[in-house]
Design a protein around this ligand. Structure first.
Ligand SMILES: [Zn+2]
Length: 207
């Protein structure tokens, strides 16, 4: 019917074989063209399946093994600060591209200044990234043993990278904000959103 069927299937005769197959699939998972977070062990014999039966929810003849989230080492090449629609200035990590759980990651959010300080991140650092819930890549930690001495501190912006106004961090707030709330890029972005919305409405009325 044109469905893509998972080609990774191993027949095992003993528990030991099944265990090794699960380990092997886990080791090879980065070679797959799709991301996986586990493997399912199923009893092949139909008569055994019948004997084992099901609970009120799930069959007793199949069980899922979950792999730990895939973690990879890469280099933090740079940190750039981006201004969002509400004037919040957010750090973005530029990474040496690395394949994690089926996709290539070259950047990820660092959330805020505290996150950078908490992890002790420096530009040039070797970091471990992991896909949380196998969806959003996150910088987990720095491998300080791999420092060469050439790493540099992440600069916290004093001015807004979009308009040059003062960048401020209010007390009790995690975010750094552009002092000029109605700064040019915010207005441009807002107008763009507005225009897209209008175009969409226009199209909708035409349909
Ligand atoms: Zn600004």
């Amino acid at each position: 019917m044109g469905f893509n069927v998972n080609p990774v299937k191993v027949y095992c005769k003993t528990f030991e074989e099944a265990k090794n197959a699960v380990i092997k699939i886990g080791e090879d998972r980065e070679k797959l063209t799709f991301g996986i977070d586990g493997a399912v062990i199923k009893i092949d014999s139909l008569s055994f399946r019948e004997k084992l039966g099901t609970t009120y929810k799930v069959p007793r003849w199949a069980i899922a093994y979950k792999y730990p989230p895939e973690a990879k080492e890469t280099i933090l090449k740079d940190v750039i600060w981006q201004v969002g629609r509400t004037g919040v200035i957010t750090p973005m990590a530029i990474l040496e591209p690395v394949k994690v759980a089926g996709s290539t990651i070259s950047k990820t959010t660092l959330h805020n200044e505290d996150f950078i300080k908490e992890k002790g991140l420096k530009i040039g650092d070797t970091v471990v990234i992991q896909k949380q819930g196998d969806v959003i890549p996150e910088v987990i930690k720095v491998i300080t043993e791999k420092r060469t001495g050439n790493e540099t501190d992440v600069e916290i912006p004093a001015i807004c990278p979009a308009c040059g106004a003062k960048a401020v961090r209010e007390e009790g707030e995690a975010a750094i904000r552009c002092n000029r709330y109605r700064m040019p890029s915010t207005i441009i972005k807002r107008n763009r959103t507005f225009c897209i919305k209008r175009v969409y409405e226009y199209r909708r009325t035409r349909l």
